[in-house]
Design a protein around this ligand. Structure first.
Ligand code: 13P
Length: 253
């Protein structure tokens, strides 16, 4: 089953106007040099940079995504951003359920599911994040936790066309620590089984499952070569043009 590899950068709460635009321009220039890249590139800057990054990416095969959204279309939700607004700005994707939002804002599977459905309704594709904490891993509960997160946070209406799953072990994010390739493959294969149960085999076989957590140019090839790994969601290394592009190149793209 051919699934197009996705190389996605999650800039998190990083970037002021000048350096954010420079980063986007740098990525755009490198991707243009590749001609027709075999993989799909995506950058997810903070809300404040979406418009200027979109301009900076003009003409390059790099999709634009946001890092979160509200579940309502509009209304009295001070400080929030709706999926309709993101679509209006030119976003194609939105990340939901990142572990930093689950932890910092107490987001539940139920809320993430509502946000994801609202994003589909607005015409956005969604990257739904799952992953276990170190305590859960040590207790041997990785698969159990990921299963529960998928069952609770992935809408029934999810398809391979509107959804990408990102497996990000919380303890591997920003730490330089990673699971072994074998561990990653085991979780991804289990995640695909759960997706098959929930959404049918057709969708599960076509749906991309990204790995995230300390992905660097040096380990990209190992992870991206795994049969059930269909790309990477990259934090720290997506903030440097050379590193972000090297992740794709080292993996053979
Ligand atoms: P790092 O690549 O910095 O570990 O972050 C991963 C991540 O959380 C991407 O969403």
């Amino acid at each position: 089953m051919a699934r197009k590899i996705m190389i996605a950068g999650n800039w998190k709460m990083n970037g002021l106007l000048e350096d954010g635009v420079a980063l986007a321009k740098g990525v755009a220039a490198e991707v243009k040099k590749m001609g027709k890249p075999e993989c799909e590139f995506l950058v997810c800057p903070p809300f404040t940079l979406l418009t200027s990054v979109k301009k900076a990416l003009r003409g390059a095969k790099v999709a634009l995504g946001a890092q979160d959204c509200h579940f309502a279309e509009k209304g009295a939700h001070t400080g929030d951003i709706s999926p309709v607004m993101l679509k209006d700005l030119g976003c194609q994707y939105v990340i939901t359920g990142h572990s930093e939002r689950r932890a910092d804002h107490g987001e539940s599977n139920e809320l993430i599911c509502k946000k994801s459905q609202a994003a589909y309704n607005a015409g956005l594709k969604v990257i739904i994040c799952i992953g276990e904490t170190l305590a859960e891993r040590d207790a041997g509960k990785t698969i159990e936790v990921c299963t529960k997160q998928i069952m609770g946070s992935v809408p029934e209406t999810a398809t391979a066309a509107n959804t990408v799953i990102a497996y990000e072990p919380v303890w591997a994010i920003g730490t330089g620590k990673t699971p072994t390739a074998q561990d990653v493959e085991e979780v991804h294969a289990a995640v695909r089984k759960v997706l098959a149960k929930k959404l049918g085999k057709g969708n599960a076989n076509k749906m991309r499952i990204l790995y995230g957590g300390s992905v660097k140019p040096a380990n990209a090839k190992e992870f991206l070569a795994l049969p059930d790994v269909d790309g990477a969601l990259i934090g720290g290394a997506s903030l440097k043009v050379e590193d972000f592009i090297a992740i794709a190149k080292n993996a053979g793209f």
